[in-house]
Each structure stands twice: as C-alpha cells, then as structure tokens.
Write a protein that binds this ligand. Structure first.
Ligand code: ADE
Length: 228
C-alpha cells in the first residue's frame, strides 16, 4: 500500500500537532508511508520583523483577527489541483463520521488552524473549500480541532488499522447505532459478571443480543440518532 493521503497543516503552533500526530497509530501510519504530515509555520509567510500574523479588526472591537496575506501565501505554497482547503472554526459544518469518510477519499488536505478571535473573512470567501467545527464549544485555537479531524480520517485509510480493519466495519456510526457492550476475560471480576449469553457459544443468539443492546443504548443515550 502506498501513500494514500497528503496532509499539510498550517499553524503558528506546530508543536501542538507534532506531539499528537507523532505517537501511536498516527505515527505508525506515517512511518508506514500511508499518510504524510507536513507542518507549515504560518510565521514563515510573514514579511515584517515581528512576524505578525494578526491585527486589529476594521470597525473596532475587542480581539485580534488573523491577517489574510500569510494564510493565502502559506496555502498557495502547497495547494494543487483538487486540494481541499479546510478551515477549523466553531462556525463550520459539524464534524461527523461521514465527513471523515469523505475526507479519507481525498488525496490532499490542507488544514488552516485559526487562532485569536477569528480569521479575515476573505480567507473564508476566497481560499477555503470547507469550514469544519468539531463541536459547539470554543477552543483557544484550531490545532487541537484539526488533530481530532486528522485522527478520524487517517484511521480510515487502508492499512492503518491493519488486522483489526474489519472492526471499523462494525463500529458505531457506520450503522446509525451506538456500539453494544463488549467484555473480555475474566468472566467474573470480583463478582462483576460477564453476561451469560456471551459465554454460551450460541452465535446467532449473541448477534441478536448485541443488536438489541445497540438499539437500547442508542434509544437511551442518543434518541436523536433514531429520530426520522
Ligand atoms: N477552533 C476553536 N474552536 C473550534 C471548534 N469547536 N471546532 C473547530 N475549530 C475550532
């Protein structure tokens, strides 16, 4: 399996990404050549001695706004035909498993990690192809949010999960139900028992039990997933 996906991350805090993406499955995926991560320091695209990436908002008000020029230049330094240019922002479309599936089918993703109060609107209007939010809360910047999206996308690439790949197929969100409860040994841990049915060896009955548990859990915890 060759390189499936090329990911460029534009940030003023590359260390926030190298930490997460340099461990565990993400590290293995890149070492195996299934994905390539590149970190682009936005400050390398500034022109002043202070390497300024933000400025005060036109019209006044609190907070600072990320300047357009360094972001445009950074993106233009890596962009090619078909690149998805993704801005991480709480104003974006909610991130879902189906978004991860769609992004895993691409060849080049460029993540722009916002910081401060916001990003000059021209970046949104004329540069980005997608705006993504990881949830209805506000982080101090988009680096962590992009790591969340990258993790969910990269684990879907062929070969990343290896032998357990089949497991993804059964997982939550492929089917619109939550996962059933899972157990491993011991069958009795300090009096806490594994459900009898799972020890029965009756596979059709186990499959039915799991289906019921998934349905029960979904209706209790996420009735919104069952709503029409
Ligand atoms: N940047 C700050 N908060 C964010 C969020 N919830 N999703 C994506 N990017 C963000």
């Amino acid at each position: 399996m060759g390189l499936a996906l090329d990911i460029d991350i534009i940030t003023i805090f590359p260390g926030m990404l190298t930490g997460y993406l340099g461990e565990s499955m993400m590290k293995r995926a890149s070492e195996a050549g299934l994905v390539r991560f590149s970190y682009i320091d936005l400050r390398d695209f500034t022109t002043d001695v202070h390497r300024t990436t933000d400025d005060r908002p036109y019209g006044g008000g609190p907070g600072m706004i990320m300047k357009p020029e360094p972001i445009f230049k950074a993106v233009e330094s890596v962009r090619r035909e078909g690149s998805r240019i993704i801005l991480m922002t709480p104003q974006g479309a909610p991130f879902r498993q189906q978004t991860a599936v769609a992004l895993a089918a691409e060849t080049h993703l460029v993540f722009i990690c916002g910081h401060y109060e916001g990003v000059d609107e021209r970046v949104r209007e004329f540069l980005v192809t997608d705006e993504i939010s990881i949830g209805d809360y506000v982080l101090t910047n988009g680096a962590l949010a992009s790591a969340v999206v990258i993790d969910a996308v990269v684990r879907l690439l062929p070969g990343v999960l290896g032998a357990g790949e089949e497991a993804t197929e059964q997982e939550s969100f492929r089917r619109p139900l939550l996962e059933f409860p899972q157990y491993t040994r011991p069958a009795d841990y300090n009096g806490m028992q594994v459900p009898e049915i799972l020890l029965s060896g009756n596979h059709p009955a186990i499959a039915r039990w799991r289906e019921e548990q998934s349905m029960k859990r979904t209706s209790e915890r996420r009735p919104d997933m069952l709503a029409p």
